[in-house]
Design a protein around this ligand. Structure first.
Ligand SMILES: *Cc1c(COP(=O)(O)O)cnc(C)c1O
Length: 382
């Protein structure tokens, strides 16, 4: 098979635009040079709109989990009570890290595939006034749910001073995000999902009141100590090549316009969902809680992993399976970052072919027709 026919449609890592690859292959520069300093100054302003914040967005070398860990170690100290909202694998990870760091962890859990109910959070936070921070996943990548972050944040803020920390790893850059307007205190994302970069960077922004807590916090921390990055964006050697790529990716986003980026993701979500439904395959999430970046199908009468293997073998198309107890039970299609409606039509067409290859009885073309209809109705938002 041609090397280029590796079609990466998992919910991260995601494909990299050519201009980003080219930017990353520029000659190395010293990280203490004027050139590097200027790059960091430009990035500082260019990244803010993607977070919907006027605060500094701190860039760390590390995967998304390093960002989650940074959020936790900077705003909590041993023995603090925290509430973690768990709607899937990444909510569990948040809770796990909190436990490792000696926090008293309260949990609200929902069935995987469902969204967190802000009212439940509101009731819980009123009953537990000692909770100092709430941790919640924006897009729960393991299920394809988009949790209602504005409503959850409002519910917490109305009754408590607890900080709200959000894992936006598979949403920031693909889903409308207004950190300041929503009152989010800490927002984390990673490079390899909707940001169109390879894995290796994570980003953390904090609100004014979160910074107060961070400055006062006595918990020992070193590399992940956000205070060190506040007046010096690169206290340690930054991932220089990835930063060069980041500028190219942010320029691409600015060129398209953030609103168009978000609309494109919604169109891709709707196309994918319509196609899957037309093929008679159930979806894990309902309309209201579906994430614009990843869609999860439930193969009720065929083997999802067999389909994935077939698609990989025939076309080099990579889809994701399930995590934890959903392993073998779902198929996840990533449509975020460097992905357009044209790619969705390709994925659906290959999906139909793959389903026939493994012997599932479908009407070929039904999925494609449904996806095309959504695209046409969207007014051609490509
Ligand atoms: C991918 C992802 C992460 C981070 O995972 P890493 O492998 O550490 O980069 C965290 N949260 C969510 C919601 C994710 O999708």
């Amino acid at each position: 098979m041609l090397e280029s026919s590796n079609l990466l449609r998992i919910p991260g890592p995601t494909p990299i635009p050519g201009c980003v690859t080219r930017a990353m292959s520029k000659p190395m520069i010293g990280h203490r040079t004027e050139e590097a300093k200027q790059l960091l100054i430009r990035l500082k302003e260019k990244i803010k709109p993607v977070f919907g914040t006027n605060q500094d967005v701190i860039i760390l070398a590390g995967s998304g989990s390093a960002g989650l860990e940074a959020a936790i170690v900077n705003i909590t100290d041993v023995g603090d009570e925290v509430l973690v909202l768990v709607s899937g694998n990444f909510g569990e990870r948040f809770a796990e890290i909190c436990e490792v760091y000696g926090l008293k962890v309260h949990r609200i859990e929902v069935e995987w595939g469902k969204a967190i109910d802000p009212q439940e959070v509101e009731v819980y936070i009123q009953k537990n006034p000692n909770i100092k921070a709430v941790f919640v996943t924006s897009c729960e990548t393991s299920t394809g749910v988009l949790n209602p972050i504005p409503e959850i944040t409002a519910a917490v803020r109305e009754h408590s001073n607890a900080l709200v920390a959000v894992d936006g790893v598979s949403s920031v850059g693909g889903v409308d995000t207004q950190m300041d307007a929503w009152g989010v205190d800490v927002l984390v994302t990673g490079s390899q999902k909707a940001m169109m970069l390879p894995p290796g960077l994570c980003f953390v922004a904090a609100s004014e009141r979160a910074w107060e807590v961070i400055h006062e916090n006595k918990r020992p921390r070193y590399f992940l100590d956000l205070r060190k990055y506040l007046n010096n964006a690169a206290p340690y050697t930054p991932a220089v090549s990835l930063l060069m790529g980041l500028e190219a990716a942010l320029d691409l986003i600015a060129e398209e316009g953030l609103e168009n980026v978000y609309a494109r993701h919604l169109t891709m979500m709707e196309m994918t969902r319509a196609a899957v439904k037309a093929l008679g395959i159930p979806l894990l999430t309902d309309e209201e809680s579906a994430a614009p970046t990843v869609t999860t199908l439930v193969p009720a009468d065929f083997e999802g992993d067999k389909l994935r293997k077939q698609l990989k073998a025939d076309f080099g198309l990579e889809l994701a399976g399930g995590q934890k107890h959903l392993k073998g039970k779902v198929v996840r299609i990533g449509h975020m970052g460097y992905c357009a409606p044209a790619d969705v039509l390709q994925v659906i067409s290959l999906l139909e072919t793959g389903l026939q290859r493994i012997g599932k009885d479908i009407t070929p073309g039904q999925g494609i027709q449904a996806a095309q209809a959504v695209f046409l109705q969207s007014g051609g938002q490509a």
